[in-house]
Design a protein around this ligand. Structure first.
Ligand code: SF4
Length: 280
């Protein structure tokens, strides 16, 4: 079978950088706590746990004096302060693109702008960014929820930015609608370039293959978006977390397959998938 791999695809700069820092610390310390899963990929998390990683959900579950790792999604200033107070050492793996979004939110807030974040309010990155805003802040999942989020406020100005893994069209739709409602709109496009490049690569792939396999953790926001983009581009697409989930019946009538992987899919899993597909 002909296999075309989206380019770029797989581990993004921010996750690769964070995981390298985590692995180096694990080698030195032997045991490292992580606030939340350091990568949205269960197989990779298991590999790191075997090296001494301990994942906890909340800062108050971190024992005093230990080494704590902050993942690429970052945390709010409140959580970071508590981490410094509680832990012997804090390794900050916050992605520079997320850091930029946090800084933008803080500047907007300091300058008196109500802040809107286009994204998923349950996502840890968005929760962290919200912590940088002192005044009004709200999360807009998509254009259809904008009026509800504004909740009758007649703002004269707003600042708007995006979750780093947001789809460009969703962000633009919200910005376009805001321009028609609020007299002054300051826009920061904080979608990271790694996300944009991966989304474009899937669009391009869709027209040249008979189906697309998207691989990435079920809890990975950027993998979900790649899968949606593949479907919206008119491709037949499946989303798997591991090569073991390949549906050989679905593949049977296809002569060419595209492969795209979320930003938290490790290289070794992608290699394994390519090898299996090429043997068909
Ligand atoms: S998807 Fe973008 S913002 Fe998120 S970790 Fe990767 S490079 Fe950073």
């Amino acid at each position: 079978m002909k296999v075309l791999v989206a380019s770029p695809t797989g581990l993004c700069f921010g996750v690769r950088r964070a995981i390298e820092a985590l692995e180096a610390t694990l080698e030195e310390r032997g045991r490292v706590y992580s606030l939340g899963s350091p990568i949205h990929n269960p197989q990779e998390v298991e590999r790191l746990k075997a090296k001494g990683l301990v994942v906890v959900d909340e800062i108050d579950q971190v024992p005093p004096g230990v080494t704590l790792f902050i993942r690429a999604h970052g945390v709010s200033p409140q959580v970071f302060r508590e981490a410094l107070r509680r832990c012997g050492e804090v390794i900050d793996g916050t992605c520079p693109f997320v850091r930029k979004a946090q800084e933008r939110a803080m500047v907007l807030s300091d300058e008196g702008y109500p802040v809107l974040i286009v994204g998923d309010g349950e996502h840890p990155e968005v929760k962290g960014i919200l912590g940088f805003v002192n005044g009004f802040a709200a999360v807009v999942p998509h254009r259809g929820r904008l009026e509800e989020v504004l909740d009758g406020h007649r703002f004269q100005k707003v600042g708007v930015l995006s979750q780093t893994t947001q789809k460009l069209e969703v962000f633009f739709d919200v910005v376009k609608a805001l321009v028609g409602i609020v007299p002054e709109v300051r826009v920061y496009n904080t979608i990271c370039s790694a996300t944009l490049e991966r989304q474009r690569a899937v669009c391009e792939l869709a027209s040249s293959v008979q189906g697309i396999v998207v691989m990435g953790g079920r809890n990975s926001a950027n993998t979900r978006k790649l899968y949606q983009i593949a479907l919206e581009s008119g491709a037949q697409a499946v989303w798997i977390e591991h090569p073991d989930e390949l549906d050989y019946g679905w593949l049977a009538d296809k002569g060419s397959i595209g492969l795209a992987a979320g930003g938290s899919t490790p290289d070794w899993l992608i290699r394994e998938l390519i090898e299996r597909l090429e043997k068909l």
